[in-house]
Design a protein around this ligand. Structure first.
Ligand code: V47
Ligand code: SF4
Length: 369
C-alpha cells in the first residue's frame, strides 16, 4: 500500500499525525519519536522511514571496501558491555606491531580497499606519540588510503595523557594523516546508563565535545548508539536528540549507526535484541535524525538478513567489507568476520537496491546497476 494511504488509514490519531508530518517533511519531536517506539507497528514506522530514505538516497545503497584494524585489545577501562577489552596481563591480550598493521593496510590497499578503520582498547603503556606514529606510518606508506581512526574515547584519552586540548590533539592527528573519526564510544549518552555500562571512559559531554571540535576543524565524523542493553526508549531518543542538536550546529556528522548489543563474554550479559527492535530502531532513527544524510545498517551487529531488510526500512548503507572484525565477534555475533565486495554487491542487489561503492565521505566510486 502506498505510504500516503497507510497514513490516512491509521486509526491512531497520534500516529496518523506523525505520518502526516513525515509526508510534509516536517521535523519530529522527541515525544513523537517515543510514540513510534511505543505504539507504532513495524510496518507503519518502516514504511515512513523508507519514504524518507528514498527521498534522500533514491534506490542507492552504499558500501565501502575497507578494513577494520584493532591494533590492541588491551584496555584500562572495563566497560561492562564489552567483550573485547582485556587487561594487559590477560592471556587473551594482544598488540599488533607496526609491521603487522602496515601489512594489513597493504593487503587492503592491494585488494582495492580505500579505507582503514582503526579502533582499539586504551592501553596503559601507549604514549600520545604512539597514536600519532601509527597513523603517520600508515599514511607515509599508503598516502591514498583514507584513515578513519580513533574514537572520541581515544581522543579524550590522548588529550589527558598529553595535556593538550582536543583541538590540539585533533589538529596533530589530522596532520599525521587522520581523515575522519569513527563513531564508536558513544554507547548511550544518559548518565544513568553510563554509570552502569561505561563509568570510567569519556562522558557523553566529552564525546560530543570531541566531535564538535573535529567538525570545527573540518574533520568529518560518524555517530553511533549502542542499544538493547539497559537503556529505555526515552534514553535512546534523548541520545539521538543530542546528536541532532549538534548536527544542526556543525553539519559534521556523515552517518548515524545504531549498534545492536551482543551479550556474550562480558559482565553485563542479558539478551540479544530482537530483529523487530533492530529494524524499528533503524526506522525511528531515519525519521528523527532529519539532518543526517545516511543511516548505516552495520551488517556485523545486525546479521546479513536483518541488514538487508533494514535497507528497505530506512537505512542506505551497509558499512563495508570490514575484513577482520573483533569487537562484536568477541560478544557472540555469528556474522562473517569480513565480506568480499562481490558479496556486498549481491546482498544489496538481493535487497532490491542499487549497490554504490563509496569512499569514506560518501562520494560514489562505482555504481553497480
Ligand atoms: O563503541 C562494544 C560497540 C563500538 C559491543 O564509525 C558492541 O563507521 C555490540 O563504533 N555488542 C565500536 N556492540 C564499533 C563502532 C563502529 C562500527 C562500524 C562502523 C563505525 C563507523 C563504527 O562497538 C563500540 C561499542 O559501542 N560494542 N561491545 C557489544 N557487546
Ligand atoms: Fe575499552 Fe572500548 Fe571495551 Fe570500554 S568499550 S572496555 S573503552 S575497548
Amino acid at each position: 500500500m502506498q505510504v500516503e494511504l497507510l497514513v490516512e488509514r491509521n486509526k491512531d490519531g497520534a500516529l496518523r499525525a506523525i505520518g502526516e508530518k513525515v509526508l510534509e517533511g516536517k521535523r519530529l519531536s522527541p515525544e513523537e519519536a517515543l510514540s513510534l517506539f511505543y505504539k507504532g507497528d513495524l510496518s507503519y514506522v518502516a514504511s515512513l522511514a523508507e519514504h524518507v530514505n528514498r527521498k534522500k538516497s533514491g534506490m542507492f545503497a552504499y558500501f565501502v571496501v575497507n578494513r577494520q584494524i584493532n591494533p590492541t585489545n588491551v584496555c584500562i577501562y572495563s566497560c561492562s558491555f564489552c567483550s573485547f577489552g582485556v587487561s594487559r596481563s590477560d592471556p587473551r591480550a594482544y598488540e599488533l606491531s607496526l609491521q603487522e598493521v602496515l601489512q594489513k593496510v597493504e593487503e587492503t590497499y592491494t585488494q582495492g580497499g580505500t579505507e582503514v578503520h582503526i579502533v582499539g582498547g586504551i592501553p596503559p603503556h601507549w604514549r600520545y606519540e604512539d597514536y600519532l606514529n601509527l597513523v603517520r606510518e600508515i599514511k607515509r606508506a599508503f598516502p591514498q588510503i583514507v584513515v578513519k581512526a580513533w574514537t572520541a574515547v581515544e581522543i579524550h584519552h590522548m588529550s589527558k595523557i598529553s595535556g593538550k586540548s582536543y583541538a590540539q590533539v585533533l589538529e596533530e592527528l589530522k596532520e599525521a594523516g587522520v581523515d575522519a573519526l569513527p563513531g564508536g564510544g558513544a554507547e548511550i549518552f544518559s548518565d544513568r546508563v553510563r554509570k552502569i555500562i561505561a563509568p570510567y571512559k569519556a562522558s557523553a559531554e566529552e564525546y560530543l565535545q570531541v566531535h564538535r571540535t573535529a567538525h570545527q576543524l573540518g574533520i568529518p565524523t560518524n555517530a553511533t548508539m549502542l542499544y538493547g542493553h539497559v537503556e529505555t526508549y526515552e534514553e535512546r531518543v534523548q541520545h539521538m536528540e543530542k546528536l541532532r542538536e549538534l548536527q544542526d550546529q556543525t553539519r559534521g556528522f556523515q552517518v548515524f549507526i545504531p549498534l545492536a548489543y551482543w551479550p556474550e563474554g562480558n559482565r553485563l550479559g542479558g539478551k540479544r535484541t530482537s530483529s523487530v527492535d533492530d529494524l524499528k530502531t533503524i526506522a525511528v532513527a531515519r525519521l528523527f535524525l532529519d539532518n543526517f544524510d545516511h543511516v548505516k545498517a552495520y551488517w556485523v551487529t545486525l546479521g546479513e538478513k536483518v541488514a538487508q531488510l533494514a535497507l528497505n526500512m530506512g537505512a542506505d548503507d551497509l558499512d563495508g567489507t570490514v575484513q577482520e572484525e573483533r569487537i562484536v565477534h568477541a560478544a557472540g555475533t555469528q556474522s562473517a568476520v569480513g565480506h568480499t565486495k562481490e558479496r556486498l554487491i549481491k546482498l544489496i542487489r538481493d535487497a532490491g537496491k542499487v549497490p554504490v561503492e563509496r569512499d569514506t565521505f560518501y562520494r560514489p566510486l562505482a555504481i553497480y546497476p
